[in-house]
Every structure is written in structure tokens, then in C-alpha cells.
Design a protein around this ligand. Structure first.
Ligand SMILES: Cc1cc2nc3c(=O)[nH]c(=O)nc-3n(C[C@H](O)[C@H](O)[C@H](O)COP(=O)(O)OP(=O)(O)OC[C@H]3O[C@@H](n4cnc5c(N)ncnc54)[C@H](O)[C@@H]3O)c2cc1C
Length: 368
């Protein structure tokens, strides 16, 4: 029986703690905040999109896509559902393959974990903002006002996105203490910025649009879904998906009437103009720009950046998979493992990041 410390009580940390405790290990979660699973409770617009039936490494960005594929193959989306249902609850896919708890409440998923963690007797220390991990015979973890020794450590402290959930990027330093590197970091699944003048007066308008991301006149990515105009640019699930690929200077092309052929739009314009075919605020803006009939199918906006880490759902980059073995153990310090977003793996929108949190937790639990 091993004594294991898990740093971070998020999706990955709670999952690994449950998996290890079920195998009879003594597990302690050290969480800097006052509650477990705060970010998990906010996922999927509060509905908890925990995985996706359409799974594969092609939905992820990483330094080692093959290793991502191998880890996902060892813990599939079906395994995630089975694992979550082993704690209670029912999980069902929607028409697009996104899997949610039947009650559509993310906090209910967190509650399953909290209950299971308590049932298994996993020790949880709140307010433990770990600031040092060293090794001499065993691991020594320190935080203000406390310290603990362990045979193995799981660093599951998340990335740099959405710091209001306790993830400000400072945890990478714990891995760097053992010589690990951190790849360049950038915000992903985040609102896109564009010139505010271009979207003036559109704030709050939501459309179901075709979105095409162009770079140097070449298509980089295309999707269909919700596009929401904000004060500084674009939000919505189609935009979040595109943000995984977008760079400053790219052009977002929007087709506001993806199901309507040009001839039908032409006829409608002859009869009533732009105000009659789209949201009136949007129609006024298209008319003011001239040539609204063309713009309604092909409206360009230049990306000037993103809203940044504080507003991002995930972090692109992290500790390279290349510095870990098949069970995500550090190649630089035996007994030190990584799980979740702290690694250089991020998925597209649709339950892929939580699937990574659970699949990586599983690999770690097998390694330990
Ligand atoms: C608003 C929002 C919505 C999202 N929706 C979805 C979705 O629907 N589906 C999906 O798949 N993904 C979604 N994501 C992404 C997903 O939530 C994350 O990828 C996932 O939670 C990462 O899990 P994690 O355990 O690695 O990190 P986190 O969940 O971020 O947990 C890390 C934990 O570590 C703690 N911690 C940090 N540093 C220390 C330290 N030094 N000492 C002790 N504790 C520390 C933090 O307080 C935190 O509790 C969403 C993210 C956000 C922000």
C-alpha cells in the first residue's frame, strides 16, 4: 500500500484519487481552494459535458498525438461513463455526441466525486497551496502552514486558464523544480477579439452560422454553430471551436443563412431588403456596410487576438508528454506523475478536455 499525494482537487485530481483509493492506496488530496471540483461544476455552461461519443486523438493538440491516442485507447469515452456511473448517476449523449449527466447539472458530477471521495476515506486538505515538492528518500510537499511526505505524487493542478478556479499557472513551477520544461502557453477555447468598430451595435445578437477560418486566403477550419456577438468580438460554441486554430490576422467568414441558397436570398432582398432576412440589428449593420446581399453569406471579420487566459476554458501547452512515460510518470523523477490540463494536451470543444482529465488519471492510476 502506497501513500500518495495528489496536488489539485479538480476533475483529474479527484478521478485519480478515487481510482487509487479503490485499489487500496492511502490518498491525500491537497487543494489550494476551499472546495473540490470548482471548475468541473462550471463546465458545459453548468450542464457538465463530460465526454463525447466521437473520440480520437485528432480532436487534441499535443507534442505527442500518438501517446494521446494510446492513453485514450486505454480509457475510452465508454469507460468514462462507466466510471462516473459507478459512483451513481446516469450519463447520456445528445444529438451531437456530447455526453452529459441526465439531469444536465455539472455540480451533480462534482457531488458524485465528493461523495465517493468521502466514502473511500480519501483525506482532503483544503487551503493547501503547495509551493514546493522535493525528493530525498521520499517526496516532501510543503505549503504555507503545512507539509507532508509521500511515496508518490500526482501533479494534477491544472493549467493557466480561468484563474478564478484556482489555476493561475503557478503550479508549473512544481514540475520545473525537477527539471521539467513547459512548452509555450496560450489560451484556447476562448472568445475571439476583432476591431470593436466592426461589431458595434451587435452585442448580444446570437446566430446559427457557418464559420470559416481563413489564413492567407486558405481555409484553416470550418464549423457550424452558435456565434454570439460581444462588445469586443465573437463568442459562442462555433467560435470556441475555431479558437483552437485561430491566430492574430486570420479572417473569420460568417454565413448567417447557411441553409438558404443565394437565389432565395436574392428574391427576399428584392422584396424586403436585409432587415427582413436576418436579425434586424444585423441587417442594419450589413446594409450600412453596402452590398448586404453578399455579406449575409460571406461576412469577414479580422481576428485581432483572444480574450486571454482569464476567459479561456483551457490552456494550450504545458508539460511535454515527451518528458513522461506511458503512464505519465516523469522521466526525470520516478514516482512523480502528471494528470489533466497541466500536461501539453488540450482538446477541442465538446467534452474532450474532461475525457483527457479522466483518461490521464486512469493512466496514472495504472502506473502507480
Ligand atoms: C467555464 C469552463 C467550462 C468548461 N467546460 C468544459 C466542458 O463542458 N467539457 C470539457 O471537457 N471541458 C470543459 N472545460 C475544461 C475542463 O474543465 C478542464 O480542462 C478540466 O477541468 C481540467 O481538469 P484538471 O483537473 O486538470 O484541472 P482543474 O479542473 O483546473 O483543477 C486543478 C485544481 O488544482 C488546484 N491547484 C492549482 N494549483 C495548486 C497548488 N499549487 N496546490 C494545490 N492545489 C492547486 C486548483 O485550485 C484546482 O482545483 C471547461 C473549462 C471552463 C473554465
Amino acid at each position: 500500500m502506497k501513500k500518495i499525494c495528489v496536488i489539485g482537487g479538480g476533475a483529474a485530481g479527484m478521478a485519480v484519487a478515487v481510482m487509487l483509493a479503490r485499489k487500496g492506496n492511502t490518498v491525500t488530496i491537497l487543494e489550494r481552494g476551499e472546495r473540490l471540483g470548482r471548475k468541473l461544476s462550471a463546465t458545459g455552461n453548468g450542464q457538465g459535458n463530460v465526454t463525447n461519443v466521437h473520440m480520437g486523438s485528432g480532436f487534441y493538440f499535443s507534442d505527442d498525438p500518438d501517446k494521446v491516442a494510446r492513453i485514450l485507447a486505454r480509457f475510452s469515452e465508454g469507460d468514462t461513463v462507466e466510471f462516473l456511473e459507478s459512483m451513481g448517476g446516469i450519463f447520456l449523449p445528445d444529438a451531437r455526441g456530447r455526453v452529459y449527466p441526465a439531469g444536465r447539472q455539472a455540480s451533480a458530477v462534482t457531488d458524485l466525486f465528493r461523495r465517493e471521495i468521502e466514502r473511500l476515506g480519501v483525506d482532503v486538505v483544503f487551503g493547501a497551496h503547495v509551493n514546493s515538492v522535493t525528493y530525498a528518500e521520499d517526496f516532501c510537499l510543503k505549503w504555507e502552514g503545512g507539509q507532508m511526505h509521500a511515496d508518490a505524487v500526482v501533479l494534477a493542478a491544472g493549467g493557466k486558464a480561468a484563474k478564478n478556479f484556482g489555476t493561475d499557472g503557478t503550479a508549473y513551477a512544481l514540475a520545473q523544480q525537477f527539471g521539467h520544461t513547459v512548452t509555450p502557453l496560450s489560451p484556447a477555447l476562448v472568445q475571439l477579439r476583432c476591431d470593436p468598430k466592426e461589431v458595434r451595435g451587435l452585442k448580444g445578437i446570437r446566430v446559427d452560422a457557418n464559420l470559416t477560418l481563413m489564413r492567407d486566403c486558405k481555409q484553416i477550419f470550418a464549423t457550424r454553430g452558435d456565434v454570439l456577438f460581444t462588445e469586443s468580438g465573437l463568442s459562442g460554441d462555433a467560435v470556441f471551436r475555431a479558437s483552437s486554430y485561430a491566430q492574430k490576422g486570420d479572417v473569420v467568414m460568417l454565413d448567417f443563412l447557411p441553409d438558404v441558397p443565394k437565389e432565395r436570398i436574392h428574391a427576399a432582398f428584392l422584396r424586403g431588403g436585409a432587415l427582413c432576412v436576418v436579425h434586424s440589428g444585423l441587417g442594419r449593420m450589413l446594409a450600412a456596410k453596402g452590398d448586404p446581399e453578399r455579406l449575409v453569406k460571406c461576412f469577414p471579420l479580422t481576428v485581432t487576438g483572444t480574450l486571454g487566459f482569464d476567459y479561456a476554458q483551457v490552456t494550450r501547452g504545458g508539460i511535454p508528454l515527451g518528458e513522461t512515460d506511458e503512464n505519465l510518470m516523469s522521466m526525470l523523477r520516478k514516482g512523480l506523475f502528471f494528470a489533466g490540463e497541466i500536461l501539453n494536451v488540450d482538446g477541442v470543444c465538446g467534452g474532450y478536455n474532461l475525457q483527457w482529465a479522466f483518461a490521464s488519471a486512469h493512466a496514472v492510476s495504472e502506473g502507480i
